[in-house]
Design a protein around this ligand. Structure first.
Ligand SMILES: Cc1cc2nc3c(=O)[nH]c(=O)nc-3n(C[C@H](O)[C@H](O)[C@H](O)COP(=O)(O)OP(=O)(O)OC[C@H]3O[C@@H](n4cnc5c(N)ncnc54)[C@H](O)[C@@H]3O)c2cc1C
Length: 490
């Protein structure tokens, strides 16, 4: 299996163009903005390759018989969903839920694509063959694929082909005998700087005239013409791991992707100028459900971590003894338990689709996606309330401990019963990185938008809720009485 060092060696490739702070980074594994994130990804590869984790995290590849990540298991039963969840949960624990787009995410999308021949039946068979081959390649080579499936925010009032320049949004500009050429930009490639390939497609609704943008392709991150414009790095601003324990290790980075006349060979084209299939690939296949099931398992881990974090603070400061604090912790625990429960309910309410793939329950999944920003913010606000100024009354950095002139004051005044200064400061710095650092701010935005704007997720919920069953209940109530009471006919 691919080890962490295999992964690190392979992304030190030729031609990768990652731009940050005005410069081009060729080797992300050696740059402070990306280095620790690549190590965190490498840690995941090592965890999966560890023989002791074979049963928990892998299954035998149907092609080679070698162990491959369970993220690639096409679920054919409820038990398969449970097996996937246990593996994805364990992998998410490595970043405490703070890395959203680890290799398991897009792996889940391609697993669903490969498990959906009926969706691809509406196009030439070669495109489905390409999807299956690429899925098998990802699975058997343990590839890390990121995705950009949203057009850049330029003018949201106009469709893709009516933007001021038709090559602003990433789309096909030329067809060649051996492939196609893509030009334009797409957002927001989380992890793209760290990955092997980018999946480029469009999940936003497209209109007639937008055919050039109705594609699904895979592109190596170092392909000529691919430019990865990273946002500001929070890892680089993290002065030490002690001061920023999350930002320093788990800043998976987000980037605008520019595709400047990028050539894509036919074998990596899965959908070509097909508006209906582009949409169907996400929503008629189980891709949206399976991909977001992974995302929500990750979110459940994060909520559990946050609940554990604030309880540790309450125990450290002694406030745990106060009944109102216990009540607040009960509130916090209910948020974490609700999210975990919705993940489990997706398995309990799974459904077999036309291709025999077992899908996580849609209404449980979409209700979690609609509530996610609110639950996350409510969790953070509850933590804010309980930690008070403790997360601010902190030495400026780990360096303060090394200065004997001030160390004594720190030891004396920033301590709690049972928690000497170093322990207490360490804990509170972790809380601040989850609550108030720039990394934490990005996470609030992430939980709100990673799967589409809130009005979009509400639309999914509207379409997937059992309103028929709900209305039947109402009808039953209405049918039970009339003008004079019991008799419905009166
Ligand atoms: C941290 C982060 C990481 C991300 N990672 C990825 C990634 O890895 N890959 C990827 O492809 N994408 C990623 N995304 C992008 C994400 O998919 C988009 O942010 C999301 O689809 C929403 O699009 P938008 O940001 O352009 O917002 P918009 O669609 O422009 O919406 C912004 C707001 O404008 C209003 N609005 C816009 N249009 C309408 C409308 N039609 N009706 C009503 N109100 C409207 C709403 O208030 C809405 O909330 C990420 C986003 C974030 C924040």
């Amino acid at each position: 299996m691919r080890s962490g060092s295999d992964y690190l060696a392979s992304i030190k490739d030729d031609g990768r163009q990652v731009y940050i702070d005005g410069a081009c980074v060729r080797d992300v594994t050696g740059h402070p903005a990306f280095r620790e994130a690549t190590r965190s990804i490498a840690g995941l590869y090592d965890l999966i390759a560890e023989p002791a984790n074979r049963e928990l995290l892998t299954f035998p590849s149907p092609l080679t018989g070698e162990p491959v990540s369970l993220a690639y298991l096409i679920p054919r039963s409820r038990e398969d969903l449970t097996t996937r969840r246990k593996a994805l949960w364990r992998l998410a624990e490595e970043s405490f839920g703070y890395m959203g787009r680890t290799p398991e995410h897009v792996a889940s999308f391609f697993t669903a694509f490969a498990g959906a021949p009926s969706v691809w039946a509406k196009t030439k068979p070669v495109y489905y063959e390409n999807v299956v081959k690429f899925y098998e390649k990802m699975r058997d080579e343990s590839l890390y694929v990121a995705y950009t499936i949203v057009p850049p925010q330029i003018d949201r009032s106009k469709p893709a082909h009516k933007q001021a320049d038709p090559t602003l949004y990433a789309g096909v500009v030329e067809e060649k005998q051996d492939g196609i050429v893509i030009k334009g930009a797409q957002m927001l490639g989380t992890g793209a700087a760290l990955a092997d390939y980018i999946h480029l497609s469009c999940i936003h609704p497209l209109q007639p005239g937008d055919e050039n943008y109705a594609i699904s392709v895979a592109i190596p991150c170092n392909a000529p013409g691919v430019r990865i414009y990273s946002r500001r790095s929070y890892a680089e601003g993290a002065t030490s791991m002690f001061d920023y324990p999350l930002a320093s290790r788990f800043d998976e980075t987000d980037a605008l992707l520019v595709y400047d006349n990028v050539f894509v060979p036919w074998e990596h084209v899965f959908i070509y100028k097909d508006i209906a299939l582009t949409r169907a690939s996400f929503f008629e296949s189980s891709a949206h459900l399976l991909g977001n099931n992974q995302a929500q398992i990750r979110f459940a881990v994060k909520m559990k971590f946050l609940a554990g974090l604030v309880r540790t603070v309450a125990e450290t400061t002694g406030s745990i003894a106060l009944p109102p604090v216990q009540g607040a912790l009960g509130d916090i625990a209910s948020l974490a338990a609700l999210v975990e429960g919705l993940v489990l309910a997706q398995e309990a309410h799974c459904k077999v689709d036309a291709d025999g793939l077992v899908r996580p329950g849609a209404q449980e999944q979409y209700s979690q996606m609609v509530l996610q920003p609110e639950l996350h913010n409510r969790m953070l606000n509850a933590i804010r309330d309980l930690v008070g100024g403790g997360v601010i009354q902190l030495p400026s950095s780990v360096a303060d401990f090394a200065n004997p002139e001030i160390a004594a004051d720190i030891e004396r005044y920033i301590q709690s019963p049972g928690a000497p200064a170093k322990e207490r400061v360490k804990l509170m710095k972790l809380v601040w990185d989850a609550l108030g650092s720039e990394f934490a701010g990005r996470h609030a935005q992430y939980e709100m938008f990673y799967a589409g704007a809130p009005f979009v997720t509400k639309g999914h919920m509207y379409r997937n809720y059992d309103f028929a069953g709900a209305k039947a209940l109402v009808q039953r109530a209405l049918d039970g009485y009339g003008l004079d009471g019991r008799s419905p006919e009166s």
